[in-house]
Design a protein around this ligand. Structure first.
Ligand code: XMP
Length: 511
């Protein structure tokens, strides 16, 4: 397995993704880990990420120099390379910012550039302020560009390498090969991290944690994370797992039935469905402010969940949570994507301080890996490729005060919208698509009569992680079909609008 020490690069998670794609297990840790910790962890290789700092600045993150002497292969990327140079006694040149594409030429054969032809240039991606002009003693120059004499260096005896460019980004056309050379030729890793292997290991770990008798509960939301987590735990403890699905009255059309069908019938999991719509709608009465709505929904959810766990007499002492790796990375680039999103991420879910021991089987997975595991577990594709859906559900998509009839109207419009997107084969291209019911009415004419009805806004965005998003350029003929169907089929709607705002400055949800 491979240890990634994170010096604060915006690409650190990408490095981890690339390594996992090569089927090698890796973890991201802060650079403050000392040599003892690293030895204990047992890395086959170590990657030092890039970062925004300059090695000569005060208080910048550095590396326990003893790690360089462990005999474990090391690859420094950008700032990581400069750090290797600096600790190895070479000078790091300041200034001369370089950002963007460059042509890499290999100047000396090495394991890192195995398969590269010195006569051919390959495109790489750079983003740095400082660079190295002369490698540290004992290191050889392995590759250059027209502006960087030392685009890569290495000391094959020590197994330590540095690259000034970013092999982890797609713009470095053969970056994947550089990383795979490091993993397989230099670190001698084996590509054994697969969904199947993960499931076996994880089932054994869950059994060891929960023991032979204890009962476990899980709040199913219908989203991919809780679905995969529940299925995995079910495989480990069978009927000692009870899943609770709270119907809060804010679900999309057919959602509850889909969950019942999949989990109870298809997967054979014990599932308790609680119809709590009245409680949620009562709590939302007269509430218009989006944050107040979130609070109200979140509060009722926790009450209903706890009460159900007691009423069902499960005697559970363990609770399953679908926490993913991006939420647990102890990264120096804190303030990055995983951190900021948390402020509302879990609204409508369960807090961490419940009186249960937590079972978090997805703690070390990225989202795409969760999907692979789900497929391997036999979850139907409709659950695996799902768009994210917020915990407060349609409660934050009926703008302003939430009423039962408004929810019904929105549910119908949203179902038509999603059905047409699926029909047009666009669902998987879109990060999230949904309808919003606006709190205004507009004048229309139907038949020969005047109408004064509701407006539905359609939102569709592309995104990588929900932090930033672009509005999706929906083909006009699809929009036209959706609009016609919504206005014809949904009572009380006479106008449809398409949202063309990106995030930022807008957000994905309207509230
Ligand atoms: P925004 O609207 O902030 O949304 O651009 C980013 C992502 O988060 C989802 N979201 C939520 N998820 N509880 C959740 O569990 C919430 O209160 C909540 N608010 C927004 C949103 O659907 C998008 O995927």
């Amino acid at each position: 397995r491979v240890l990634i020490l994170d010096f604060g690069s915006q690409y650190t998670q990408l490095i981890a993704r690339r390594i996992r794609e090569e089927r090698v297990y890796c973890e991201i840790h802060p650079p403050t880990r000392d040599v003892e910790w690293v030895r204990e962890w047992g890395a086959s290789g170590i990657i030092l990420s890039g970062g925004p700092s300059s090695v000569y600045d005060e208080g910048v993150p550095t590396l326990d120099p003893a790690i360089l002497e462990l005999g474990v292969p090391i690859l420094g990327i950008c700032y990581g390379m400069q750090l290797v140079a600096h600790l190895g006694g070479a000078k790091v040149e300041r200034g001369k910012r370089e950002y963007g594409r460059a042509g890499l030429r290999v100047v000396e054969a090495s394991g890192l550039f195995d398969g590269f032809d010195p006569a051919e240039e390959s495109q790489i991606w750079c983003s740095h302020g400082d660079h190295v002009d002369t490698p540290p003693p004992g290191f050889r120059v392995l590759a250059s560009t027209s502006s960087l004499p030392v685009a890569a260096f290495g000391n094959e005896d020590l197994g330590i390498y540095g690259v000034q460019f970013h092999p982890e980004v797609a713009h470095s056309v053969r970056g994947e090969e550089v990383l795979s050379n490091f993993l397989f030729s230099i670190c001698h890793c084996s590509p054994s991290w697969t969904a199947g292997a993960f499931i076996d290991e994880s089932v054994a770990r869950i059994r060891a944690q929960v023991g032979d008798e204890a009962a476990v509960i899980c709040g199913l939301s219908g989203g991919v994370d809780s679905s995969v987590a529940a299925t995995l735990v079910h495989r480990a403890v069978g009927d000692r797992l009870t899943c609770i699905f709270v119907d809060n009255g804010l679900l999309r059309k057919g959602e509850r039935e889909g969950v019942e069908r999949t989990f109870r019938k298809h997967m054979g999991i014990r599932l308790v469905v609680v119809d709590a719509a009245d409680r949620f709608l009562d709590a939302l009465e007269g509430v218009e402010d989006p944050e107040q709505k979130r609070k109200a929904i979140g509060g009722v959810f926790i009450d209903v969940f706890n009460q159900t766990a007691i009423d069902e007499g499960t005697g559970a002492t363990f609770l399953v949570q679908g926490t993913l790796y991006p939420d647990v990375i102890e990264s120096v680039s804190a303030g990055g994507p995983s951190v900021t999103i948390k402020t509302h991420h879990n609204v409508g879910g369960l807090p961490d301080d419940m009186p249960f021991d937590l079972v978090e089987p997805l703690r070390e997975l990225f989202k795409d890996e969760v999907r692979q595991v789900g497929r391997e577990l036999g979850l139907p594709e409709e659950f695996i490729g799902r768009h994210p859906f917020p915990g407060p559900g349609l409660g934050i998509r009926v703008l302003g005060e939430v009423h039962r009839e408004r929810l019904d109207t929105l549910r119908e419009a949203d179902a038509i919208y999603l059905e047409e997107i699926r029909e047009a084969g666009l669902y998987d291209e879109i990060w999230q698509a949904f309808a919003v019911l606006l709190p205004v009415r507009s004048v229309g004419v139907m038949g020969d009569a005047r109408t004064y009805d509701h407006v539905v806004a359609l939102r569709a965005v592309t995104s990588r992680d929900g932090m930033t998003a672009d509005w999706y350029p929906m083909p006009h003929e699809v929009l036209s079909r959706i609009s016609t169907r919504i206005i014809n089929e949904v009572d009380g709607v006479n106008r449809v609008a398409y949202d063309i705002s990106s995030k930022p400055p807008a957000t994905i949800e309207w509230e």
